[in-house]
Design a protein around this ligand. Structure first.
Ligand SMILES: *Cc1c(COP(=O)(O)O)cnc(C)c1O
Length: 364
């Protein structure tokens, strides 16, 4: 077998090895079915069981209240940038508030503006998205259709430790890159969405969790595929869903539940992994410079710079020689980004930490 490298890709990202092993074991024939999950009808009892288990597992892991629906959709989080305002803003006679803490929030607002009036409740552009709003900074409209924020800005590496306070306005969240990395008080949200390929599975499926009263807002004139109500009424089988991606998501949910021991345990491991890298950054006398302010650093995407572009290129090449892959930062921010999602083992972070420490010594 080809050896596996330590993969710091921002997404699609590393998956847990036991999950990949289970998928490989059952790829030719699912036990009791005799066909691959890739080959069976989405309306077959075998797939129905997978879909139901994925939803039930998510409900248990996240302790999702009964008055919330779980949908498995396609089109990635970027389609949600449109579906959220199409369903919740269009025709509402109100505007929507957007809290901008990075590149993804900015992309979300571009799509929302096509659908209706949008207000910027806060924007960290001036400081190149290195921080979060302080309590009281948000310019909120108490009558907004919803208030949207990005729990973890994947590119800048800025993460909300808890939800922003928005009063009675439904909170809408792009949780793409920290979904399932920690427990969430779902009851505080109106709607939350996450593409799977960062933390919850392969590309192809996007999870939407929404409070059931919000289903009524979608206009009849919306295209069927873009109306949450249709997907809900058909239990995510309105059209052929991404069956393999849902199967993988179910395996991930089982792994989180049984192997990891739940989201508290996962969160503790994620805190530990991130701390290992931030410690090296903080103790490097400015050789490594973190992008995010220390009080809003992401536990998922660790972003930092080195003293020059040249040293940075040497760093990336040296890391690759040690099988530490995909560390180059996003082109809009530059620098280094180590994505250390749930499936990144502690041992992988240890390898990177040791490399960073050694590289600093050699380049003093
Ligand atoms: C990756 C990502 C997206 C885009 O997801 P797609 O599935 O490619 O549409 C949106 N928001 C955040 C926070 C992301 O990390």
């Amino acid at each position: 077998m080809t050896k596996r490298v330590t993969n710091f890709s921002p997404g699609p990202a590393v998956l847990p090895e036991p999950v990949l092993a289970a998928a490989r074991r059952d790829l030719l024939a699912l036990p009791g079915v005799g066909s691959s999950v890739l080959e069976i009808s989405h309306r077959s009892p075998a797939f129905k069981e997978i879909l139901d288990a994925a939803e039930a597992g998510l409900r248990k892991l996240l302790d999702i209240p009964r008055n919330y629906r779980v949908l498995f959709l396609q089109g990635g989080s970027r389609l949600q940038f449109s579906m959220v305002p199409m369903n919740l803003l269009r025709g509402s006679g109100r505007s929507a508030d957007y809290v901008l803490t990075g590149a993804w929030g900015n992309k979300a607002i571009v799509e929302a503006r096509r659908e209706g009036d949008v207000r910027v409740a806060w924007d960290a552009k001036e400081t190149n998205y290195d921080r979060l709003p302080e309590p009281g900074d948000l310019d909120l409209d108490a009558d907004a259709a919803y208030c949207h924020f990005t729990s973890n800005e994947t590119i800048e590496g800025v993460q909300f430790p808890t939800e922003p306070e928005v009063g009675n306005v439904p909170l809408a969240c792009d949780a793409s890159s920290d979904f399932l990395s920690r427990p969430l008080p779902i009851g505080r949200y109106g709607l939350l969405y996450a593409c799977a390929q960062k933390n919850a599975g392969p590309a192809g499926v996007t999870v939407v969790i929404l409070r059931e009263d919000l289903l009524q807002r979608g206009a009849e004139t919306l295209p069927g595929m873009l109306n949450y109500r249709n997907h809900d009424e058909h239990h995510s089988l309105y059209n052929t869903p991404p069956t393999f991606a849902i199967y993988m998501l179910r395996l991930i949910v089982d792994w989180l539940t049984n192997d990891i021991g739940g989201l508290e345990a996962m969160a503790a491991q994620n805190r530990r992994k991130a701390q290992m890298l931030y410690e090296v950054i903080d103790r490097s006398d400015g050789f490594y410079r973190g992008h995010a302010r220390t009080d809003c650093r992401s536990l998922m995407n660790v972003t930092f710079r080195l003293p020059s572009d040249e040293i940075q290129a040497t760093f990336i090449a040296g890391a690759a020689e040690r099988d530490l892959h995909s560390l180059k930062g996003h082109r809009s921010v530059g620098g280094i980004r180590a994505s250390i999602y749930n499936a990144m083992p502690v041992a992988g972070v240890e390898q990177l930490r040791n490399f960073m420490t050694g590289f600093h010594k050699k380049n003093i």
